[in-house]
Design a protein around this ligand. Sequence first.
Ligand SMILES: [Zn+2]
Length: 216
Amino acid sequence: MKFQLESHNRNVPDQDLIDDLKRVAKILHKDKVTIDEYNEHGNYHNTTLSRRFGSWFNSLEKAELKKTRVLNITNEQLFENLAETWTNLGRQPKYNDLTKDVSKYSSGTYEKRFGGWRKALEAFVAWVNDGEMPTVETNKKSARTKRTSRNVNWRLRAMVLMKDGAQCKLCGASPQNGAKLHVDHITPWSKGGETVSENLQILCETCNVGKSNIEV
Ligand SMILES: [Zn+2]
C-alpha cells in the first residue's frame, strides 16, 4: 500500500500512467492487473489512474489489458464456482488449487471477500447447508403431487457432494481418477422420489448409466 499525495501526480501525462500499468502487467506476465497488484508494483496509486481515466476498468482498457470484474461478483457466483471446482477436483479445494484452468475466480478473490481462505470455505459450507429443503407434502390429497423439481440445482449438488464425498457411492471412482460424477436420485424421480439431499447420491457416469438401465 502506497500513500501518495494526489497533487504530486496531477501533472503526470496520461501516457506515463498507462505505460506504468503496462509495465506492471509485463513484470507479472499477466494480461490483467488487479488493484492490489498495481499498488504493489506500480509507481503510482490505483486511485491516481482511476481518477484520471474514470475507473480502474477504464485504465485497464486504455492499457489494452483485460478487465477484472472482481467488484461485480456476487457471493452466490463465488459459491457456485467453488461448488463446481469442488466437484471437478473431487475434494475440498485448497488455496493453491484455484488456478485459472480450474476456477473462474482466484483464491485471492475469496480471501478478500470473506477475510481469509478458511473463512471463505466456512461461508460456502454454511451457505450450502442453509439451503432450505423443499418440504414434501404428505397429506393424502397431495401425496402424488410433485413438490420438487427433477433438476438438481448446484447448491443441492454441493450439499450431496459434501455429504457423500466426491466419489461414486457404488464403485468409489472419483474425479481424481478421471470419473465424471453425477447426482442420482436413489428413488427415481419418475417413481416419486423427491429432489432432496436424503434421496440423492453421487454416482460416476458408468454406474449411473448402468443404474438407469436397470430401472427402466
Ligand atoms: Zn461408479
